[in-house]
Write a protein of this length. Structure first.
Length: 146
């Protein structure tokens, strides 16, 4: 499960405009029509590829976007990396197309104001009306190499 950070997200974490522990950090699901670009800044840059269908309502405030639970930040001396992690995310009875990417972002007041933090390649999960769980990588949703 590869992940990439967005430049805007990194800058906002460094500037403490994003507080992983205290802010509302969510994940949205997008299809294969999305091409990751590290220059994307806000959810409005990626929302055109967001899933839509049974069990997933996209858009700002949509029930498809899930808040990350049990968020943690830490470091691993054995891998020389810092990381951001959270509990696995589950969508119930979802039939909304094929999930290609999970986009992690800070929700603010609208999509144009909500900065993207990372995109995570979930290797094309086909939804069929059952539950879908994104099991975040054991090393963390995103990692920072030292």
């Amino acid at each position: 499960m590869a992940s990439n950070l967005y430049q805007e997200g990194i800058l906002r974490i460094i500037n403490r405009n994003i507080d992983i522990a205290a802010d509302t950090i969510k994940v949205m699901l997008v299809g294969s029509g999305y091409t990751p670009n590290k220059d994307h800044q806000f959810v409005s840059d990626v929302v055109g590829s967001e899933l839509s269908g049974t069990g997933y309502t996209g858009g700002y405030g949509g029930s498809g976007r899930k808040a990350l639970a049990s968020k943690v930040m830490g470091k691993s001396d054995s891998t020389d990396k810092a990381y951001i992690d959270a509990a696995d995310s589950t969508w119930t009875a979802i039939n909304a197309g094929t999930i290609a990417w999970a986009i992690v972002f800070k929700e603010i007041t609208n999509d144009a104001s909500s900065p993207v933090i990372a995109n995570v390649d979930v290797a094309d999960i086909v939804t069929n009306g059952g539950d879908v769980t994104i099991q975040w990588d054991a090393a963390g949703i995103v990692t920072f190499a030292a």
